[in-house]
Ligand binder design. Structure first.
Ligand code: NAD
Ligand code: GLY
Length: 344
């Protein structure tokens, strides 16, 4: 299946199984022979790197590889600089290409490198986690973290193609699957309808996953085409993220993004219920989904600690924070919440 995104770049998202084997031929339809750097992490590359490397070489690309230690702790300016220097050492020029093979960490980092190396070279997203397939590989947000907070340095920079091989989910650990479902519950709350039913009925690696990925991507395509640079509508995709980013940082990134998003959904639903905005019935539905996908964590962080981090967030403005407040499934609104009120 192919879904086209018509943003500042027009590109196709290809979804299927066993697509890695033909990735070289696939890319050669849109990119002439050039240098290609596969950027990946030390877990994903041993699993899928050779297949991608061979396919690209068979399609006559000149291929090199850069891998880094897996995990959020690598999504920083040090790794960013190492990759930039590696590209320069390999004599990469403006017409060359990056292939980001991995989860959201690889995609965000490689995308940011692509957006800045020689003022921008092409890149292809090849997401291998559920989270990256339904969210981070689509829409062109690229970033690295600073010690002060998540995604504080980055750019909007669209890939020239996204290739989603659902077969790579076969090796994804259950914990990472669950991580993806954190963002999945977010989409269900934003979108309601078919996606909400699907998520309520259950999405597992063997049930409903193809349809789930497709529906999430179709929704994200709609948002990105309307508001690529997040001046308004795209902010909806930050549902749950205000608290999620704080939780990730406070846990020193031991709590993964999607799980943190699920906690953020719970907190913002609590706030919305207490403020009389969210109806009890919708609130209960959120709890059912969080239970169904076992989104509970042992750690607890105080609201004051979270708010200290939130004040540094991109979404903070003076004594207010821009948050997405759920009123019902399919009715989430962007509102300014006073930090003082949140404390209460
Ligand atoms: P990740 O990239 O760290 O991947 C999670 C783990 O799974 C890693 O250890 C990785 O090595 C491993 N892995 C990946 N694919 C695998 C496979 N097929 N089989 C076995 N292991 C595999 O994390 P993630 O959850 O994919 O992404 C989280 C990141 O995405 C965060 O940094 C978050 O901020 C970012 N994000 C960005 C956007 C965006 O729009 N750009 C949206 C959501 C999240
Ligand atoms: N993941 C949020 C966005 O892409 O806008």
């Amino acid at each position: 299946m192919v879904i086209n995104v018509n943003a500042s770049k027009n590109y196709d998202i290809e979804i299927g199984r066993n697509l890695l084997q033909s990735i070289g031929a696939n890319i050669s339809a849109i990119k002439n022979k050039c240098n290609v750097c596969i950027i990946s992490d030390d877990i994903v590359y041993p699993l899928y790197g050779e297949i991608v490397l061979k396919s690209l070489k068979d399609a006559s690309y000149n291929v090199c590889v850069f891998t880094f230690n897996h995990g959020e702790k690598s999504k920083n300016l040090n790794t960013f600089m190492e990759i930039q220097e590696y590209l320069a050492s390999q004599n990469f020029k403006r017409g060359d290409l990056i292939v980001a093979l991995g989860g959201g960490v690889v995609g965000d980092l490689a995308g940011f490198v692509a957006s800045t190396y020689m003022r921008g070279i092409d890149f292809v997203q090849v997401p291998t986690t559920l989270l990256a397939m339904i969210d981070s590989s689509v829409g062109g947000k690229t970033a690295v973290d600073l010690p002060n907070g998540k995604n504080l340095v980055g750019s909007f920079y669209q890939p020239i193609k996204v290739i989603i091989d659902l077969k790579t989910l076969d090796t994804l650990p259950c914990t990472e699957y669950k991580n993806g479902m954190g963002e999945g519950i977010k989409y269900a709350m934003l979108m309601d309808g078919e996606l909400e039913s699907l998520v309520t009925n259950g999405v597992t690696c063997s049930t409903n996953v193809d349809k789930f990925v497709e529906l999430c991507i179709r929704y994200k395509k709609y948002i990105v085409e309307e508001d690529e640079k997040e001046s308004n509508l795209r902010r909806l995709l930050n549902l749950g993220h205000t608290f999620a980013h704080a939780i990730e940082k406070l846990s020193n990134y031991t709590i993964p993004h999607g799980i943190a998003v699920a906690q953020g959904l719970k907190i913002i639903s609590d706030i919305s219920l207490k403020q009389g905005k969210m109806a009890q019935v919708a609130y209960d539905k959120v709890q059912v989904l969080l239970d169904r996908y076992d989104m509970h964590i042992d750690e607890e962080y105080s609201i004051n600690d979270m708010l200290e981090v939130i004040k540094l967030d991109k979404k903070a403005e003076g004594d207010c924070v821009n948050a997405v407040v759920p009123y019902a499934f399919g009715d989430c609104r962007i509102e300014k919440l006073r930090i003082e009120d949140l404390k209460n």
